[in-house]
Design a protein around this ligand. Structure first.
Ligand SMILES: CC(C)(COP(=O)(O)OP(=O)(O)OC[C@H]1O[C@@H](n2cnc3c(N)ncnc32)[C@H](O)[C@@H]1OP(=O)(O)O)[C@@H](O)C(=O)NCCC(=O)NCCS
Length: 176
């Protein structure tokens, strides 16, 4: 368990922004020539991890990924832009929001294809959880995401507890 001390440094979401641009190559696609969901999930995870590390200045591991929807197919040869930033920091964990858009290189237009929320836990050199700087929301969007992240944390920790309880019941059943 990390020590919970007061007077943590504060940072803004803008300081944690990570942007990645990926070209969809043949090896990224399925038999229909569409981007594999798993490849997009990989890019989302990398962008989010780098954002969490930019915020915390520590190695950060993925604790959970909330629902990830694919709003439309992404085709071979298209360009995907990912933008990640920390919505809120708790004690040792952070919620990172990632948005993925297809960029039309001829017009510069962006088409939203996916969004996700991921939670990362910061670790020190001994792989122990470490406290992370707080988030100070600045813009209206920052403030909206900050509040929503608090609600999402409650439901994901409830879900985590349900999984722990389910596993305990399964193990005690196995032992009878
Ligand atoms: C994520 C991990 C570090 C959490 O450690 P833990 O000892 O189980 O968790 P704790 O109860 O001490 O909680 C540590 C923090 O993680 C948060 N957390 C833990 N599980 C979580 C989950 N499923 N979703 C969201 N937050 C979670 C807790 O709320 C807590 O946050 P806080 O300090 O900001 O309040 C640990 O489970 C782990 O190492 N998992 C594997 C990570 C990994 O390998 N990821 C790659 C994906 S395969």
């Amino acid at each position: 368990m990390a020590e919970h001390t007061s007077a943590r440094p504060c940072k803004t979401p803008a300081e944690s922004v990570v942007e990645m641009t990926e070209l969809v190559l043949p090896n990224d696609t399925n038999q229909l020539g569409n981007l594999l969901g798993g490849r997009l999930m990989h890019w989302v995870d990398i962008a989010a991890a780098l954002s969490a590390q930019r915020h915390s200045h520590h190695i950060a591991v993925t604790a959970s990924v909330d629902e990830l929807s694919f709003l439309g197919p992404v085709k071979l040869g298209q360009v995907v832009r990912l933008k990640a930033s920390v919505n809120r920091a708790f004690h040792t964990s952070m919620e990172v929001g990632v948005r993925a858009d297809v960029e039309d290189m001829r017009t510069g237009e962006l088409h939203h294809v996916s969004s996700a929320y991921l939670t990362f836990v910061a670790l020190d050199n001994n792989r122990k959880h470490v406290m992370v700087p707080e988030i100070t929301p600045i813009t209206e969007d920052d403030k909206r995401r900050f509040v929503a992240a608090g609600h999402r944390r409650e439901s994901r920790l409830r879900r985590r507890q349900e999984l722990i309880d389910m596993e305990k019941r399964r193990r005690s059943g196995d032992n009878q």
